[in-house]
Ligand binder design. Structure first.
Ligand SMILES: [Zn+2]
Length: 326
């Protein structure tokens, strides 16, 4: 899978005669809501005990607390900001260094109980809700913090011997005190793919677990010993009976709910007869751009929300913004 070759391929794939949208240049998917960030992760400081101690003693250091996937945010319909606290106000819990601004202000996360008295307009929010409304800096910090907090909450024991493990590397790894083994945050890769047919119609499906009218592009976890592009071909065939030819990588977005990394693709179908796997997929259909717009306008289908890479992939094919309303 060559990331470097994606932009040109993506342009080729998305400029059919019916595409009236902007011409794609550069990486096909940029500015994904949860794939942003401004603060250097500063991995070289994670083992620097003196620097870490000084940073935690500095009242200018900013801390974000995460409890069960939620953090305090100042939130309106249009805008969100992380409600940081100073280290002295932080609760007990696993602490992790999120980064430092050019060697200056440090940012930490703590997995622990949310402080009881946030400021006015501040309330707990999930990444899914606040992520798209946060600045690049805050979106990156919260995505990083939620991913680490989820991991520490779930993977606190050694997979070799079952002993409780200790956080090390400023919360970016855990170490077993019995056998010395080191363990790193677990990320589950999943592929998500927009399949188009020779008429440049898009294949959208409804998962059997979803309410009526919800549709999206096909997605599935990459299995052990499988490449992401092999997973694309397998999942599309299993779920819809469609075989794919060319597969193009578009970009990726962390989705730490609780621990996925979504790898986005386009793929071209070599057949058009859909046979859904009734276990996972309730229905699947081809949509032209006009048919998709009409189905949304008539309330027949609903697309996933803009925070998702699925929404953005559908928009790159459609060529304009679309409402998402899950
Ligand atoms: Zn162990």
């Amino acid at each position: 899978m060559s990331v470097a070759s994606a932009p040109d391929d993506a342009v080729q794939a998305s400029t059919g005669p019916a595409n009236v949208g902007p011409r794609l240049t550069g990486p096909a998917l940029t500015g994904l809501a949860l794939a942003r960030g401004e603060v250097e992760r500063a991995a070289h400081l994670r083992a620097d005990a003196d620097w870490l101690k000084a940073a935690w003693s500095d009242p200018a250091t900013r801390v974000i607390v995460v409890e069960h996937g939620q953090a305090h945010c100042e939130l309106t319909d249009q805008h969100a900001e992380l409600a940081f606290i100073a280290p002295a106000e932080a609760p007990d819990g696993v602490r992790f260094l999120l980064g430092a601004e050019g060697g200056g202000r440090a940012y930490f996360g703590v997995a622990g109980p949310l402080p009881e008295q946030p400021g006015p307009g501040v309330r707990p929010a999930y990444l899914r809700e606040a992520g798209p409304l946060l600045s690049d800096r805050d979106a990156g910090l919260l995505t990083h913090a939620v991913a680490l907090a989820n991991w520490h909450e779930t993977f606190a024991h050694c997979p070799r011997c079952g002993s409780p493990t200790d956080p090390v590397a400023s919360g970016h790894a855990r170490k077993c005190p019995v056998d010395g083994s080191e363990h790193f945050p677990r990320v589950d890769p999943a592929m998500i793919v927009l399949v188009t047919d020779p008429a440049d119609r898009a294949l959208l499906a409804r998962n059997a677990q979803w309410p009526e009218r919800r549709v999206s592009v096909l997605a599935g976890f990459v299995e052990a010993g499988e490449s992401a592009e092999q997973a694309v071909a397998r999942e599309v065939a299993e779920e819809t009976g469609i075989t794919v030819g060319a597969v193009t990588y578009l970009g990726s977005q962390p989705w730490p709910m609780p621990q996925s990394l979504m790898l986005g693709f386009r793929a071209t179908a070599t057949n058009t007869d859909i046979h859904v796997d009734d276990d996972e997929i309730a229905e699947a259909n081809w949509y032209s751009r006009d048919e998709l717009a009409a189905a949304i306008a008539a309330g027949i289908i609903r697309l996933p929300p803009p925070v998702s890479i699925a929404h953005r992939i559908i928009e790159t094919w459609y060529g304009a913004e679309l409402p998402g309303s899950w």
